[in-house]
Design a protein around this ligand. Structure first.
Ligand code: 8X3
Length: 262
């Protein structure tokens, strides 16, 4: 059976890196994101790889769009992997001062979007598991889903919720050959994460990573995701927390070169 995977949030960052690495490993990837032109670049970049990437432009906060994704996936038969990666942070203001609309957007995409896609695609993951023996759901959460930090506000709340949803899902799928893996990244320097968080302020976004000795890159997370997917089907990496060495906790990032103490 062809290994088919859906990756959401595939237009940039961790999602794009994961889609590409899966295609390098021979997977047929259905790449979901709102920005069709970014997806087309991803598709073009995958030419010649062992697997393939197909663009499925869709907004996971829209039920009709997700239904279109479900129908497109159903046309291809079963699904072996769903990578629920779409999400983001909007703002770094305090609970008191932050904008409730930012919170709403974070809950819409980080929690409800992941729930909507999971509900829609679970029957197809079961088809994949019937045909090939197993299937996998990867939830890309965040260390912000495990540790609170000042300014984390709605992002922390939505990621804690996504972590909880992941744990519930694993319990509810017990007895089926469907793995539920949570990948919780820390500081990953991508083109857009901090830029989006700070409303397009490039200087603020750059300052997050300035003088950090080795922030992660999207490919680091992609390789963990692909590793989790390609382990034997009985092996479930329940929770993979990945931080750069310079980040001991979300709120404790050491700046400057890392050196052994003398
Ligand atoms: C992003 C990680 O440390 O900015 O999900 O919360 S952090």
């Amino acid at each position: 059976m062809v290994q088919t995977a859906v990756v959401t949030g595939a237009s940039s960052g961790i999602g794009a890196a994961t889609a590409r690495l899966l295609a390098e490993h021979g997977w047929e990837v259905l790449a979901v994101a709102r920005r069709a032109e970014r997806l087309e670049e991803l598709v073009a970049g995958a030419a010649g790889l062992e697997g393939s990437i197909t663009a499925l432009p869709a907004d996971i906060t829209d039920g009709a769009d997700v239904e279109r994704v479900r129908a497109a996936v159903a046309d291809r038969g079963g699904l072996r992997a769903l990578v629920n990666n779409a999400g983001g942070a909007f703002g770094l203001a305090s609970v008191e001062d932050s904008d409730v609309e930012d919170w709403r957007r974070m809950f819409e995409v980080n929690v409800l979007g992941a729930k909507r896609v999971t509900s829609a695609l679970l029957p197809l993951l079961r088809d994949g598991a019937r045909a090939a023996g197993d299937a996998t759901i990867i939830m890309v959460t965040s260390i912000a889903g495990h540790v609170a930090y000042e300014g984390g506000g709605g992002y922390n709340a939505s990621k804690f919720a996504e972590h909880a949803m992941t744990a519930v899902l694993r319990l509810e799928l017990a007895g089926e050959p469907i793995r539920v893996v949570e990948v919780a990244p820390g500081m990953v320097r991508t083109e857009e994460f901090s830029l989006v968080r700070f409303g397009g302020d490039q200087a603020k976004a750059d300052a997050v990573y300035a003088d950090v000795d080795g922030p992660l890159v999207a490919e680091d997370i992609a390789s963990a995701i692909v590793h989790a997917l390609e382990l034997p089907g009985n092996v479930n990496l329940d929770l993979v927390t990945i931080k750069p060495v310079a980040q001991a906790a979300p709120h404790k990032v050491v700046k400057g070169e890392l050196r052994p103490r003398s």
